[in-house]
Design a protein around this ligand. Structure first.
Ligand code: ZN
Length: 202
């Protein structure tokens, strides 16, 4: 199982980090070891002083595929949830300044949080609302219709490079409002008004 992530997929978020709006999807991977086991807390790692949350719609791939055409991409969308792409923003900034890959800032252990999955059948994947609350305050409000690259476009694009396997996860990018977490914070993610995860920062 692999985790495919899309960066800068909402223009307001690209702007808040002073990044250009991309012309094609920005893609990076996290290994299976990045997945935080369900129900576990998140422990701040020693190598960063600036861990940020990024709430994202997460898609589970429902079958194997390669070179998936966009018009068939819906067939590869399995269950969906909301998750967090935890990011060591200080390391990421250093890597970006030096033109180096982001993996140490993005793909570290437990950096991928996923909520309880729900069926995608009957849902318009580009018409979903998701939210992240930090300590009961709304910090991110996402609307999937604002994605620069739709889920179908993402599936078609990434499957040119990486074979999709059943069970792979795609993190589809974060809307504006990213921020730092501190020890003791509680994060709660919801999709279409349903709470799908709650976790504590330790
Ligand atoms: Zn992200």
């Amino acid at each position: 199982m692999k985790i495919i992530c899309i960066g800068r997929n909402y223009s307001e978020h690209a702007r808040e980090l002073n990044n250009a709006v991309p012309e094609s999807p920005v893609v990076f991977l996290k290994p299976a070891t990045a997945l935080l086991q369900r129900g576990r807390d998140f422990y701040l790692p020693d190598f960063s002083n600036d861990i940020h949350y990024e709430a994202e719609l997460v898609i589970k791939i429902s079958k194997n595929g390669k070179y998936v055409q966009e018009k068939f991409a819906t067939n590869y969308i399995g269950d969906i949830t909301v998750g967090i792409d935890f990011t060591a923003r200080d390391l990421q900034q250093q890597q970006k300044e030096n033109g180096l890959p982001w993996e140490i800032a993005k793909a570290f252990d437990n950096s991928a949080v996923v909520g309880e999955f729900m069926a995608s059948e009957g849902k318009d994947i580009q018409n979903l609302q998701f939210q992240l609350e930090k300590n009961h305050q709304l910090v991110q409000q996402g609307f999937t219709g604002d994605m620069l690259f739709s889920v179908r476009t993402i599936i078609a694009y990434v499957s040119q490079y990486f074979s999709l396997q059943k069970g792979d996860l795609i993190f589809t990018g974060t809307p504006a409002g990213v921020g730092r977490v501190e020890k003791g914070d509680v994060l709660r993610g919801s999709l279409e008004g349903k709470t799908l995860f709650e976790l504590s920062i330790k």
